[in-house]
Ligand binder design. Structure first.
Ligand code: PLP
Length: 457
């Protein structure tokens, strides 16, 4: 149906350039217009409700109608709507938030730098790594190792670390000096009969080979999400990070952890680093930091990294990095309120209660389904991977766009879903979700999948 000429949908097609969209198809299909939210649901311009099974983009941790966050933003806007943090200027919201993050860090951290998005934060980390190594007299130590299927965002360095083809094709990326190692996905990448532990050992050996091939004196850091999010919710095999970190230590390669999705309870601990026994030198968080109500991201660095920055800035006369809105008081105030809400409602206990319920409900509904190859997850994040041949773990031809078709059907059944590579459907609902809402979400997805199975017969 063609939308009325002046509708939001028609004007969208006329004027908006959407992230992650096939723009020729969009001219024909038009947008899905969402105009309000409540709890774990959003409502479209026809008033239809959808359970947000991925909290928007893994971020709306407190759902879509939290009044306290609105109030925190309003109060801060009235008091000090903007001030910057360049050249030693400061304000209370930024300092309070930095202190709260340092207090909550999974390992001792020294300082916090603020940016506006996960990508900006990750690009900032790369610049920190290059800067500090120049400052401490190791100008060769610049290469960054990340993983195929990892996702770190879309700015130049972040996209170079990202290991997904769509973020590189036609963009002339990755940049030189960014190297990708194998995906820690046991289901697809383990050898026949290989245990999780042996698979992890093999991945650590691969990493060591790459470091030796490149020359350890040229490798600055290893960059990883605790679990891979946008790459398909890939949970590392048992022992993976322990073995990886042993290699990094041996060659003095820093561990950078991208907790942009994992940060704040998603894996059933405050940090993904705690769930997977990671000791970051640098940790990045965003998304659930402000429950997505306003943009803000944070980079935490340990004392060793800070000393490198301090050294360089004293040589140059300044650390020539920072955004106009680094530590902006309004998102900072919202983030402070978000962290307080997490504490007050004991979000950790809540996730530890509803997380296992979601994992069990997904297993029960989908594990035996003929179109499902793997149901995987941890805490309150999961994926259901669709396959053409269950026995051979063989995915559908990507050209068939099976995951996208399921997402479309999900809309009909009242659930917004996220289809990722290998037709993996992600589940990362708002952290506030209840067991009843989880059951409703799983039921809606199940009905969409049953309808798709019938269509494919
Ligand atoms: N890192 C991870 C792990 C992410 O999942 C994302 C976004 O989904 C990013 C970085 C990039 O964040 P942003 O989209 O805010 O730039």
């Amino acid at each position: 149906m063609t939308p009325p000429r002046n509708s939001t949908a028609a004007r969208d097609v006329a004027y908006a350039l959407h992230p992650y969209t096939d723009h020729k198809a969009h001219l024909v299909n038009g947008p899905m217009v969402i105009n309000r939210g409540k709890g774990v649901r959003v409502y479209d311009d026809q008033g239809r409700d959808y359970i947000e099974s991925v909290a928007g983009l893994w971020c709306a941790s407190l759902g879509f109608d939290n009044e306290r966050l609105v109030q925190a933003a309003t109060d801060q806007m009235r008091k000090l709507p903007f001030y910057h943090s360049f050249t030693g200027k400061s304000h209370e919201p930024m300092v309070d938030l930095a202190e709260m993050l340092i207090e909550r860090a999974p390992v001792p951290m020294s300082k916090v730098f603020f940016a506006n998005s996960g990508s900006e934060a990750n690009d900032s980390v790369i610049k920190i790594l290059w800067y500090m190594h120049n400052a401490i007299g190791k100008p060769e130590k610049k290469k960054i190792i990340s993983r195929l299927k990892g996702y770190h965002g879309i700015t130049l360095a972040a996209a170079s670390m990202t290991g997904l083809p769509a973020n590189h094709k036609l963009f002339d990326l990755p940049l030189p000096g960014f190297i990708h190692v194998g995906t820690p996905h046991h289901y697809h990448n383990a050898l026949p009969g290989e245990s999780e532990e042996d698979f992890a050992t093999r991945l650590a050996a691969e990493l060591e080979e790459v470091i030796l091939r490149e020359g350890p004196e040229t490798v600055a850091a290893f960059y990883a999400e605790p679990f891979m999010g946008a790459g398909g919710v890939i949970i590392p095999p048992v022992g993976y990070f322990e073995k990886i970190q042993a290699v990094l230590k041996k060659y003095d390669v820093l561990m950078c952890v991208d907790e942009v999705i994992a940060g704040f309870f998603r894996t059933g601990n405050y940090w993904g680093s705690q769930t997977f026994n990671i000791q970051p030198d640098i940790l990045v968080c965003a998304k659930a930091l402000s429950a997505a109500y306003l943009p803000i991201s944070a980079v935490m660095v340990n004392e060793r990294v800070f000393q490198g920055i301090a050294e360089g800035s004293s040589t140059v006369g300044t650390w020539g990095h920072g955004f106009t809105y680094s530590g902006h008081p309004v998102p900072a105030a919202v983030a402070i309120e978000t962290l307080k809400i997490y504490d007050e409602m004991d979000m950790l206990s809540h996730v530890r209660k509803v997380g296992p319920h979601m994992q069990a409900a997904l297993q029960q509904r989908f594990a035996e389904h003929p179109m499902v190859g793997e149901v995987r997850g941890v805490g309150l994040v999961a994926a259901v991977e669709l396959v053409e041949d269950k026995a051979k773990a063989k995915n559908f031809d990507p050209a068939k766009k099976i995951g996208a078709r399921l997402s479309k059907l999900g809309e009909k059944h009242g659930v917004i879903m996220r289809a990722m590579t290998n037709d993996s459907i992600g589940f990362s609902p708002p952290l506030i979700i209840s067991e009843v809402e989880i059951d409703e979400m799983v039921d809606r997805v199940g009905r969409a999948l049953d309808e798709l199975s019938v269509e494919l017969r």
